[in-house]
Design a protein around this ligand. Structure first.
Ligand SMILES: CC(C)(COP(=O)(O)OP(=O)(O)OC[C@H]1O[C@@H](n2cnc3c(N)ncnc32)[C@H](O)[C@@H]1O)[C@@H](O)C(=O)NCCC(=O)NCCS
Ligand SMILES: Nc1ncnc2c1ncn2[C@@H]1O[C@H](COP(=O)(O)OP(=O)(O)OP(=O)(O)O)[C@@H](O)[C@H]1O
Length: 201
């Protein structure tokens, strides 16, 4: 079973993904893959430089993530340009990692994909698990974690689909507004149900 783990920015995907990792599940992490595919010397990074100019590269040759973020989260046209360059490379590497885990004999694999709905990647997974939060918790946690201004946080939240749309498309939803223990209990309940339904097949 391939489980697609998604949600919105700062909703708690990495937190839940960490719990799944502790339970022994293999994780394909799209945010990590997104860093991998823009390593210095990569074809993807040179396409990004062509599109956005040499000022998005730091002295050590790595991509200036803060600069690229400030461009793309404030301008949908630039966001589309970046997505069109980087998403095919991310998708290819995610699928490679997924195949590697399957070859290693794993029966259940987690694909942590923040933009699963925005990029219409539902077909890559068997079950969709959405980590949801209230708008207030999402905003507070994003500002606290990243030290963003209100405008920076709102721009990032506004560049994704509304939480309610993702909940509607989910096979199960974790409401991550309480304690981590409450979140873990919801996760375990969902996994138990899904594993039981597989064993019946
Ligand atoms: C814009 C970049 C350089 C900002 O880097 P930064 O280190 O500040 O953020 P990080 O990569 O940790 O992403 C944090 C979160 O932002 C959101 N996000 C990232 N990219 C996008 C995007 N293109 N559109 C909407 N939301 C996005 C996701 O929820 C993600 O979990 C980086 O996010 C990036 O390369 N984005 C394009 C690749 C992408 O779409 N990644 C999302 C997973 S497929
Ligand atoms: N139940 C919770 N109670 C309090 N804080 C939480 C809870 N769950 C997550 N957090 C905190 O909220 C922030 C966002 O969580 P996390 O990084 O897991 O979100 P994410 O969905 O992976 O975000 P992103 O899309 O930006 O990668 C983190 O600082 C995390 O420690």
């Amino acid at each position: 079973m391939i489980i697609g783990l998604t949600g919105s920015i700062a909703s708690g995907k990495s937190t839940v993904s960490g719990m799944l990792k502790n339970l022994g599940y293999p994780i394909v992490d799209a945010d990590l893959v997104a860093r991998l595919v823009v390593e210095p010397g990569s074809d993807t990074l040179s396409q990004i430089v062509q599109a956005f100019g040499p000022e998005v590269i730091q002295e050590d040759g790595t991509m200036d993530r803060a600069k690229v973020g400030s461009i793309i989260f404030n301008d949908p046209a630039s966001r589309k340009i970046l997505n069109d360059i980087i998403h095919p490379a991310i998708r290819k590497e995610m699928l490679r990692q997924r195949e590697e885990f399957i070859a290693q004999g794993f029966k259940t694999i987690i694909m942590d994909i923040p933009l699963l709905f925005e990029s219409r990647l539902q077909h890559l997974v068997d079950k969709i698990l959405v980590v949801s939060v209230t708008e207030e918790n999402q905003f507070d946690r994003l500002v606290e974690r990243n030290g963003f201004t209100e405008q920076e946080a709102r721009a990032r939240i506004g560049s994704q689909l509304p939480m309610s749309v993702k909940e509607d498309g989910a096979d199960a939803v974790i409401y991550n507004n309480g304690t981590l223990d409450e979140t873990k209990k919801q996760l375990n309940r969902i996994l138990d149900t899904w594993q039981a339904s597989i064993e019946k097949e």
